[in-house]
Design a protein around this ligand. Sequence first.
Ligand SMILES: NC(=O)c1ccc[n+]([C@@H]2O[C@H](COP(=O)([O-])OP(=O)(O)OC[C@H]3O[C@@H](n4cnc5c(N)ncnc54)[C@H](OP(=O)(O)O)[C@@H]3O)[C@@H](O)[C@H]2O)c1
Length: 298
Amino acid sequence: MRAVRVKSFGGASVLGVDEVDEAVAGAGEVLLRVVGSSVNPVDVKTRDGVFAGTGELPATLGWDLAGVVIEPGDSGLEVGARVIAMSHQLATGRGTWADVVALPHSAIAPAPRSISLVEAGTLPLVGLTALQTLEWLAVAEGERLLITGAAGAVGGVALQIAHAKGVKVDALVSSAAHIEFARNNGAELVTTDRAELKAYDAVFDTFGAFVTDAVVDEGRYASIATQAGPVPDLSARNVRTTVNQVHESGTDLRKLVSYVDRGAVRPRIDSSYGVQDVQAAHRRFEQGGLAGKVAITL
Ligand SMILES: NC(=O)c1ccc[n+]([C@@H]2O[C@H](COP(=O)([O-])OP(=O)(O)OC[C@H]3O[C@@H](n4cnc5c(N)ncnc54)[C@H](OP(=O)(O)O)[C@@H]3O)[C@@H](O)[C@H]2O)c1
């Protein structure tokens, strides 16, 4: 079977599509044929060697997966069932950019019925990050939430989920080009000017903006920008802070799927590449100015 691997760290040219031994499911695992996936910032950082030392080389890359069940094991899933999953590639070494992948049943959920598997393959990592961070923030209907980077991949899904929950969401975006997307997906105030941001019950910071003056005393502030370091200490104002880390969860994926099948979360694809063109997919991703995810198809 094919797998996208790195044997040394560097630019997009270190990505190889290699023939490797077919994956085999262990106890509690399900064997899956991959149909769709996508590029996330972590894949590029892993390829570059930002996390060198955390895993072995060669390494198969990829976190997102949409595909079909080949061997269900004792999961209760049917052979041929359409599923999605997120694999924490950094923690486990199980990359999803391969024809066949074995993953724990607990990381898998039935795929959305309303979209294709290629579209579904763009959602697991960003969707779980959005859901799990919103759950940490515990934003309730009627509360005021600020999302920084709200037109980005995680920010865009978080915006749609929060809007569907009845939360009042404002958005900080990088440029005027992103304003329409944020407005169309439920944001009230959309701005590029940090000075306009005030009195939020909760802040979901996707890029390390650290707009800490924008959160109310006794509010909540979650960043997902691990590379930007910790959120400044706001304990004197009784603001709870975290740098949230996404984790595998079939249960949370089911919640994401229900938002998708209600039409509340819509996949947004900038471009799509066959796995043989994975180097081009990375180059497109790194070029920036994306209007959605860079999909990878197998
Ligand atoms: N902790 C975790 O578990 C976890 C999980 C997933 C992702 N992440 C990290 O979270 C970050 C976001 O991921 P993503 O996939 O959503 O990336 P993304 O699609 O690139 O989104 C980032 C967004 O932030 C915007 N932005 C950047 N600098 C800005 C600025 N100075 N002012 C306003 N907006 C700005 C970007 O706008 P432009 O595109 O115009 O620059 C983009 O819309 C990445 O660093 C990723 O590695 C962490």
